[in-house]
Design a protein around this ligand. Structure first.
Ligand code: 4GN
Length: 245
């Protein structure tokens, strides 16, 4: 998958996406991240990409023409790539989006600065607007990197089978069960006996129960979207009763 990024700060994309797992995946050719400087499509002596807002007010607004020219040029090479804009006003980005977007042939990320974009950019050039959470950042670059990371984990060949995307948090819509490694006793705290028992059936049901318990305690609203088995429902009812008493 090719990720094209339009930004005033292409250098921001150099390190975070090229270390560790994604760095290896880039070397292996599973994905490519091309950060382009929006200023390359600006015009005039000062290569301006922003201007004052009509109607007055604080801050600057990103001009539409450089973005228009940049997107048009990137689309010559990637005609089917969707254009995504990072903004607190966007659809809340989630794991299902990460899975779906991994099936696209290419994506173009539009990263803004200042107070935002001319509204006509949204209307004509953008396929979808995403937010990574209810907070405001100084630019769309970090949200774009967050999305590229989450999407890339779902590309074939990026994760090994030992840390596959099918088994991690949210794969089944529930939070993860607690994990332990050596030592068996740490600062007086023991690893749960069941994990040392060698009984794989028991371990699997303990882990499922822990997933249900964690989700119930921390993120009960996630149950609205999860497919639960009859067994899950029975365990969940017992856990709810135990928590009440
Ligand atoms: C996205 C962009 C937060 C998010 C952003 C988010 C840059 N902050 N929650 N800041 O996903 C106005 C123009 C703010 C660009 C935008």
């Amino acid at each position: 998958m090719i990720f094209d990024v339009l930004t005033l700060f292409p250098g921001m994309f150099d390190s975070p996406l090229r270390e560790s797992i994604l760095g290896r995946a880039i070397k292996q050719g599973a994905l490519e991240v091309r950060a382009h400087n929006l200023r390359d499509w600006a015009e005039g002596k000062h290569l301006t990409t922003d201007d004052t807002p009509y109607g007055g007010g604080d801050g600057m607004v990103m001009k539409p023409e450089p973005i228009d020219r940049a997107v048009a040029e990137l689309k010559e090479k990637a005609p089917t790539a969707k254009v995504l804009l990072m903004t607190p006003q966007g659809v809340p980005f989630c794991q299902q989006h990460a899975r779906d977007l991994a099936l696209e042939p290419g994506l173009i990320f539009l990263c803004g600065r200042y107070e935002g974009f001319d509204e006509r950019v949204r209307q004509t050039l953008v396929d979808a607007e995403f937010s990574i959470g209810d907070f405001v950042l100084t630019g769309g670059e970090l949200p774009a990197m967050v999305m590229i990371d989450a999407i890339s984990r779902n590309l074939p060949g990026v994760l090994g089978s030992s840390d596959s995307a099918e088994t991690d948090s949210f794969a089944d819509g529930l939070l993860e069960y607690p994990q332990y490694t050596r030592p068996a006793v740490y600062n007086g705290m023991s690893v749960p006996d069941v994990l040392l028992s060698g009984d794989h059936g028991k371990i699997a049901s303990w882990r499922r129960e822990q997933q249900l318990l964690r989700t119930l305690q921390r993120r009960p609203e996630l149950f609205d979207k999860v497919a639960l088995t009859d067994q899950d429902r029975q365990v969940l009812e017992r856990l709810s009763r135990e928590l009440e008493s």
